[in-house]
Design a binder for this molecule. Structure first.
Ligand SMILES: Cc1ncc(COP(=O)(O)O)c(C=O)c1O
Length: 442
C-alpha cells in the first residue's frame, strides 16, 4: 500500500536525483530514435540550447508582463516569427500557449464568444469538422458547450468539403480544416473551406498544430504543399505547435488570429478581485517562462536555414520510408501524405500484429484504427535509421503474414475489438474506466 504522506526526513540531493534517473530508465528509450510519435527529434545539439534557455527562465512566471517584461518581449517575438511563416502580417495577433490542446481550446472559446456578438441569432452553436481532425476539438467543444458535427473524410483521407458544406445551418459558427491531420498526414482542401466560411460568416480555424512548423519549409524546398495559411481568404485563426516540428521544449504552441479584433474575444478580465484587476490572455494563470524562452531560443538558433536543413532531412527520409513501405508485399501507405507524417496499412496483414513484432525488435509504432494502420511521424533524426527500419519492417511483415488470431497479443486483440464495437459509447466508457483505474493511488 502506498503511503499517503510526505517522507518524514529530507532526502539527499544525490538520492533524489538517482531515484529519478532510475525511475526514468523504465521509460521508452526515445533517444535511440526507434519510435515514431510523441518526440520530435532533431538531435542533441538542438536539445542542448533549448534546455539551457529553458533553465534560464525555469522559475519565471509570464502571468505578469510587468514583473517579467522580457517574457512578454520573447512571446511577442515568437508570435511574430510564427505569423511570418504562416502568411500573417502586422495585423496578425496571437498568444503563446502550453500546447496544441490549449491553442484549440482558446480558438473554440474565442469563436464562441465572437459568435455571441456577431451571430446573435445562433441558438446552440455548432462546429463542423472531419473525423480526421484531432480529438482536442471534440474535447474543447465538450468543455465549452458546442455541438460537434463530425463528417467522414473522403476516400483520399482529406476533409470531404461537399459533405461538410451540407451540414452548414444557421447554428454553424465554426469549421475546422487540418494542415496536417495527425492520423494520415493530409492537408485538407483549405481554399474550398475558406469559400464556404466566407460566404456564411463562419469562423474557419486551421489546425496546423502538427504542420505549422514544417509545411512552410517543405514548400520552400520545392515540394507541393496546398495553400493552408492566412493567404487563404476566409481563414480566421491558425494553431501551430512549437513543441512539435518547431523542436522547442514541451509546453509550447501558438494560437494566431487574422487580427486583434478577433483575439479580443479570447481574453478574460475580472475587475472585482481584492487581489487586483485580473486579466489573462489564455487558459493558464501562472505561465511557465521556460517553454517561452526555449521556443525563442530554438527559433533563433536554427533560423530559416536551420529549419530548412531539418525539413529536408525529414522529407527525404519520409520519401525513402514511404517508397520502402510500398515496395514491401502486402503493405501500403494510406493516401498521398503531403509531408512527414504517414500511416502504414494492409488488406492482408494484421497491422496490430505487425506492430507487436516490430516492438520485439525495439520499434515503437502507435496503433490507429478506422481504418487499422500504424502511425509514423518522421523526425530528422530518423534519417540514420531508415534502412534498418525498412529491413525490420519487411522481416516482420513476413513473420506475421500467416499469424492466426490465437497468437495475437492482448493489446492487438483489444485494439481490434475496440475498433469493431458498433456502439462507440462503449469504447469511450472503456477508455475512461481504463484511465480512471490507471491513476489509482494504491
Ligand atoms: C493536428 C493536431 N492537433 C492538435 C494536437 C494536440 O496537440 P497537444 O498534444 O500538443 O495538445 C495534435 C497532437 O498531436 C495534432 O497532431
Amino acid at each position: 500500500m502506498r503511503e499517503l504522506k510526505l517522507p518524514h526526513k529530507s532526502m539527499s540531493r544525490e538520492a533524489v536525483l538517482s531515484k529519478l534517473k532510475s525511475m526514468k530508465s523504465e521509460d521508452v528509450d526515445w533517444q535511440s530514435g526507434r519510435m515514431f510519435s510523441l518526440i520530435y527529434n532533431a538531435g542533441e545539439e538542438i536539445r542542448d540550447i533549448t534546455r539551457e534557455a529553458f533553465n534560464i527562465y525555469f522559475m519565471e512566471n509570464g502571468l505578469s508582463p510587468f514583473a517579467f517584461a522580457s517574457l512578454k518581449k520573447l512571446e511577442t517575438e515568437v508570435i511574430a516569427m510564427t505569423a511570418g511563416l504562416l502568411g500573417g502580417d502586422t495585423e496578425t495577433a496571437g498568444s503563446f500557449t502550453c500546447g496544441g490542446t490549449e491553442s484549440i481550446l482558446m480558438a473554440v472559446k474565442t469563436a464562441r464568444d465572437w459568435a455571441q456578438v456577431e451571430r446573435p441569432n445562433v441558438r446552440g452553436p455548432e462546429m463542423i469538422k472531419a473525423v480526421t481532425a484531432h480529438p482536442a476539438w471534440d474535447k474543447s467543444a465538450h468543455y465549452l458547450g458546442l455541438k460537434v458535427v463530425a463528417v467522414p473524410a473522403g476516400p483520399d483521407f482529406r476533409a470531404d468539403v461537399a459533405a461538410m458544406s451540407k451540414c452548414v445551418n444557421e447554428n454553424t459558427i465554426m469549421m475546422i480544416g487540418s494542415a496536417m491531420t495527425y492520423p494520415h498526414g493530409m492537408v485538407d482542401p483549405i481554399e474550398e473551406l475558406g469559400k464556404i466560411a466566407a460566404e456564411n460568416n463562419i469562423w474557419l480555424h486551421i489546425d496546423s498544430c502538427l504542420g505549422g512548423m514544417i509545411l512552410p519549409f517543405v514548400k520552400k524546398l520545392g515540394y507541393e504543399v496546398p495553400a493552408f495559411d492566412f493567404s487563404v481568404p476566409g481563414v480566421t485563426s491558425i494553431s501551430a505547435d512549437l513543441h512539435k516540428y518547431g523542436f522547442a521544449a514541451k509546453g509550447a504552441s501558438t494560437i494566431l488570429y487574422r487580427n486583434s479584433e478577433y483575439r479580443r474575444h479570447q481574453y478574460f478580465a475580472y475587475a472585482d478581485f481584492p487581489g487586483g484587476v485580473y486579466a489573462t490572455s489564455t487558459l493558464t494563470g501562472a505561465r511557465p517562462g521556460g517553454p517561452i524562452a526555449a521556443a525563442w531560443a530554438v527559433m533563433n538558433y536554427l533560423g530559416e536555414e536551420g529549419y530548412l536543413r531539418l525539413a529536408k532531412a525529414a522529407m527525404e527520409t519520409t520519401r525513402q520510408l514511404m517508397d520502402g513501405v510500398n515496395s514491401i508485399p502486402k503493405l501500403r501507405v494510406l493516401g498521398k501524405p503531403v509531408a512527414t507524417v504517414f500511416a502504414i496499412a494492409s488488406d492482408e496483414i494484421n497491422v496490430y500484429a505487425l506492430s507487436d513484432a516490430l516492438k520485439q525488435r525495439g520499434w515503437l509504432l502507435e496503433k490507429q484504427h478506422l481504418p487499422a494502420s500504424l502511425h509514423l511521424t518522421v523526425s530528422p533524426f530518423h534519417a540514420q535509421l531508415a534502412d534498418r527500419f525498412l529491413a525490420d519492417l519487411a522481416a516482420c511483415a513476413k513473420e506475421v503474414e500467416n499469424i492466426d488470431s490465437s497468437s495475437l497479443s492482448d493489446e492487438a486483440v483489444m485494439y481490434g475489438m475496440m475498433a469493431s464495437l458498433p456502439d462507440r459509447s462503449t469504447a469511450r466508457d472503456f477508455a475512461v474506466d481504463y484511465l480512471n483505474n490507471l491513476y489509482r493511488l494504491e
